[in-house]
Design a protein around this ligand. Structure first.
Ligand code: SF4
Ligand code: SF4
Length: 438
């Protein structure tokens, strides 16, 4: 089996830029939903004094995580904000006192076994930092540890522009491997594979040097073919295992964890400081001086652009993440989130979608889909509301990577249609269930 993909322009302009800490903003806005799952429950009120690391939102339900203050200061307001998804979520605003004082509650956890390790990761507030935002402690909380044959560390970073994971491998290699040691010690995992695209020479060299000194770690250099970092693609290309339809990597004995997430776990175990800041790549055709910056979570994204010299051209569109899978930032004052690894500001030329023309039946979309889906067929089925056909076309397998749209000479909005078609399929399956036919 061959998993397909596409060659995209890498634009890793900032790979050589060591992250620079930006000045603490006057105010941060910390939403209670920066993860997959139920929003956290606010445990502070207006006027409360907080310090860096103070718990401000507690886990609410199983799939949820705690949230912590990223600056010291005073809770200035609590109100709903609109996220990129259009969802309204409560957020805690903190006026910074500029002192950046650390909470007295911060102390390193002392895990002694698997459960206390998972509990510590839970307390850290860490979520999948590659952009997924799934609570990490849930991913690690495996019922039967004997099922895990290997951990695949996702260091592919295949999206154009983004280099924050690359910087983790260069600047925090020690923590990546401390995270590996923690996985060995508390979870008994014996095999780790670090999957890196071949366009990250320095990171490959450093990871290779550390791996040579560590038992059970292999660095797998992968072709720079997008979407190499897609979970199913990466697992296949590093282990040869195929994750079954609708299944998780665990179904084939694998845990996939992002490389920066791994490093953050190790840092938390050492310092006790929960996830309160992020390294973010700031780039795009509108940005004057692209760079990697470290910013407190909740910092308005406009402050990141200011730290990078502002704009050389009027930004027409700003997105969280890379241009293939990124989502629009609702406003320049929108905050840096836990899973924000990049903010990209595009000028008009880069942001303007090309003109759409009729399909010429070239088959490019099908040929380049990693899962051999038929985006053209999906579009036809969606347009006539045919749920049965969407089910047969396996649209639910679509990972919204955007390869099909990218290669379509007619510039059809294929990935956008797939997103809507997945919703349509869910509605169809729900109504089918209701009718008792399934
Ligand atoms: S159909 Fe989905 S998975 Fe396939 S290329 Fe398009 S967006 Fe990617
Ligand atoms: S790539 Fe575009 S033009 Fe070609 S078959 Fe697919 S939808 Fe049609």
């Amino acid at each position: 089996m061959k998993l397909h993909g596409i060659k995209v322009q890498h634009r890793k302009n900032t790979a050589g830029c060591a992250p620079v800490r930006i000045p603490v903003p006057d105010e941060v806005c910390i939403p209670m939903s920066m993860h997959i799952g139920k929003p956290s429950k606010i445990v502070v009120k207006r006027g409360d004094e907080v310090k860096v690391g103070t718990l401000i939102g507690e886990r609410d339900g199983f799939v949820s995580v705690p949230v912590h203050a990223s600056v010291s200061g005073t809770v200035s307001k609590i109100e709903d904000i609109t996220m990129s998804t259009g969802q309204k979520v409560p957020a805690v605003f903190i006026k910074s006192d500029g002192l950046n004082e650390k909470s007295e509650d911060i102390k390193p956890p002392v895990p002694t076994d698997f459960q206390s390790f998972v509990d510590a990761v839970n307390q850290s507030g860490i979520v999948g930092l590659g952009g997924a935002g799934f609570p990490t402690f849930i991913k690690l909380n495996v019922d039967d540890l004997d099922k895990i044959e290997e951990v695949v560390i996702n260091a592919a970073e295949c999206e154009p522009y983004i280099t924050s994971d690359t910087r983790t491998m260069i600047d925090k290699a020690e923590y990546v491997f401390k995270g590996i040691e923690a996985g060995k010690k508390y979870m008994g995992i014996k095999r780790f594979i670090i999957g890196i695209e071949d366009n990250k020479k320095e990171a490959i060299k450093i990871m290779g040097e550390y791996a040579a000194k560590t038992d059970g770690v292999e660095v797998k250099v992968l072709p720079s073919i997008y979407p190499q970092g897609g979970e199913k693609v990466l697992v296949y290309n590093t282990t040869g295992k195929i994750i079954p339809k609708g299944g998780l990597p665990l179904a084939v004995g694998v845990i996939v964890i992002n490389v920066t997430t791994m490093a953050n776990i190790a840092e938390y175990l050492e310092t006790g400081m929960p996830l309160v800041e992020k390294c973010v790549t700031v780039d795009g055709s509108a940005v004057k001086e692209p760079a990697n910056v470290i910013a407190p979570i909740g910092t308005p994204v406009e402050k990141l652009f200011e730290a990078c010299g502002g704009f050389k051209r009027e930004p027409s569109k700003i997105i969280y993440g890379g241009p293939m899978m990124g989502i629009s930032v609702p406003s320049a004052s929108a905050p840096v989130l836990k899973m924000t690894n990049a903010v990209i500001a595009m000028d008009e030329k880069e942001a303007t979608p090309p003109k759409t023309t009729p399909c010429i039946n070239c088959g490019n979309c099908l040929r380049h889909c990693p899962f051999k889906l038929d985006p053209k067929g999906i579009m036809s089925a969606y347009n006539i509301g045919d749920g049965e056909a969407l089910e047969a076309l396996n649209v639910d397998l679509c990972m919204e990577c955007g390869c099909c749209s990218y290669v379509c000479p007619a510039k059809r909005p294929l990935v956008q249609t797939n997103k809507m078609a997945k919703v349509k399929l869910r509605e169809y399956l729900a109504s089918k269930k209701e009718e008792g036919t399934k």
